[in-house]
Design a protein around this ligand. Structure first.
Ligand SMILES: [Zn+2]
Ligand SMILES: [Zn+2]
Length: 182
């Protein structure tokens, strides 16, 4: 059996993880499991920025990949950065094993608006599919509705759908044909 592994980094609501898992199974049609893995976020904390270095977390995430794991998605509430950006919704290795999403800026209260649990989970799903899409070899897509369209602001996440356009869907199928046998 081949899996996408969801790895929580820090505390994440159980219900959020379970709903994410079910929706990733629908999106990729690949078995998905929640797996715990020791990650030391304090090692990548930047006290000046009060943020966590995304690339440093990715390195830890892909250190010991269990057999059967196709891709690993780290999910965290921590605020992520890489040196050239103020913040990141996520990061992934193009065609590599690791992807990472931050829920930190996906909650309405971050923007001074009351929480909307459904909207939050939808944003997290879109960004998770987007980053995993990169891990499955997809680059950014110009189709504004496609989940592989890039999002700099949370409003842009809300404008796109959680689906792949036809071309991106073909890219996922192509990856499966190359890497999966059954
Ligand atoms: Zn992207
Ligand atoms: Zn697309």
């Amino acid at each position: 059996m081949s899996y996408i592994d969801i790895v929580p980094i820090g505390r994440i609501e159980e219900t959020t993880l379970i709903s994410l898992k079910h929706n990733l199974i629908k999106a990729f049609k690949i078995q998905t499991r929640i797996r715990n893995c020791p990650i030391d976020a304090s090692a990548v904390y930047d006290p000046i920025r009060n943020q966590y270095n995304s690339s440093g977390l990715l390195v830890q995430l892909i250190k010991d990949i269990p057999s059967g794991t196709l891709k690993i998605l780290g999910v965290t509430e921590l605020d992520l950065f890489i040196p050239i950006f103020t913040f990141l919704f996520g990061e992934a290795q193009l065609n590599g094993p690791g992807a990472l999403v931050s829920a930190h800026r996906l909650h309405n209260p971050f923007y001074g608006i009351p929480e909307d649990e459904g909207l939050f989970e939808n944003r997290l799903l879109k960004e998770s599919i987007h980053e995993l899409g990169h891990a499955f070899g997809l680059i950014h897509c110009f189709n504004l509705r496609c989940v592989m369209n890039t999002s700099t602001y949370v409003e842009e996440i809300d404008q796109k759908s959680s689906n792949f356009c036809r071309a991106c869907e073909q890219g996922i199928l192509h990856w499966k044909n190359e890497h999966l046998t059954d």
